[in-house]
Design a protein around this ligand. Structure first.
Ligand SMILES: Nc1ccn([C@@H]2O[C@H](COP(=O)(O)OP(=O)(O)OP(=O)(O)O)[C@@H](O)[C@H]2O)c(=O)n1
Ligand SMILES: C[C@](O)(CO)[C@H](O)COP(=O)(O)O
Length: 263
């Protein structure tokens, strides 16, 4: 494990702004920033693009750094962004960032790397994990707190936004896509992050998933839903502003949100 800052295990370090009487488990935010951004521009890592005067990943880390209930932060990177991310979190502001680790080829490989690091740090089995996309810079404190609270009742929770569009489930008919089903809109949600889990629950789901090389989920909720179908995943309210920067055309909207937050 290569570390950029303090080598203490999560929550060994004193938590000056936590609420020790009410919060007994560590609350660990995992910021996933090891993606290549193929849909954005591989030569311009989207995690590092500036919006509202600071890199997208700095917005994302700030949301957890400044939440009093989050005790520890782990950042997952690739070689292209490591140096820049280490420079960002080297600032004294980021005193909850324990380590910057190497991710993997797929998103689930990056989560797996985080789980291994946390296991090596002997994190408690009931620790609360908040897995967040580095490229969702404007996650609200309500959504973060909603995840932490939901884990008092559930072992898994995800931020999601109720769909305002009717969704179409499509299939192939020759070369054309055709509609196979029109699910009831009230049951349709758009997945966002953070996605939150008790450590032991996500560990178990990932252990089960490891046996299947053909499983390529794009988020952690799917790993739990597929591999632990008896485990309910609570939905926590997301927001339109908790957008994911996926395409270059998302940047103007992100700039607009950054400006409106500053205002
Ligand atoms: N191997 C990967 C792939 C993705 N991610 C992270 O997961 C989040 C959501 O992924 P996405 O937006 O799909 O990012 P990319 O994989 O970078 O994008 P693309 O699919 O266009 O390459 C991002 O913060 C990304 O850095 C990661 O840590 N490790
Ligand atoms: C985790 C995620 O951001 C939830 O919306 C998403 O699944 C990431 O992957 P995608 O390939 O961009 O859907």
């Amino acid at each position: 494990m290569s570390e950029s800052r303090a080598s203490a295990a999560p929550s060994e370090v004193s938590q000056d702004n936590a609420e020790p009487e009410e919060q007994i488990q560590p609350v660990v935010a995992v910021i996933l920033a090891a993606g290549l951004g193929v849909r954005f521009d591989e030569s311009n890592p989207k995690q590092l693009v500036q919006v509202g005067g600071k890199p997208i990943i700095a917005w994302s880390i700030d949301a957890f750094q400044f939440n009093a209930r989050v005790t520890d932060i782990l950042v997952v990177v690739n070689d292209r962004v490591r140096e820049a991310v280490e420079a960002i979190v080297g600032d004294d502001t980021y005193d909850k960032v324990r380590t910057v680790i190497q991710g993997g080829i797929e998103r689930m490989d990056s989560t797996e790397a985080a789980l291994q690091t946390l296991a090596e740090a002997e994190i408690p089995q009931d620790a609360k994990l908040l897995i967040h996309d580095a490229v969702r810079p404007f996650v609200s404190q309500e959504s973060i707190n909603g995840c932490i609270d939901a884990l008092d009742t559930f072992n898994a929770a995800t931020v999601a936004l109720a769909s305002t569009d009717t969704m179409l489930m499509a299939g192939d008919l020759g070369e054309r896509k055709v509609v196979r089903q029109v699910p009831d809109r009230d049951s349709m949600f758009r997945a966002q992050t953070p996605q939150a889990f008790r450590f032991s629950t996500l560990r178990k789901a990932y252990d089960l998933a490891a046996a299947d090389p053909d499983f390529h989920p794009t988020d952690d909720t799917r790993v739990v839903v597929d591999r632990l179908p008896e485990e309910p995943v609570a939905i926590v309210a997301g927001s339109v502003t908790n957008m994911k920067i996926t395409l270059p055309s998302d940047v103007p909207m992100a700039e607009w949100i950054a400006r409106s937050l500053a205002g």
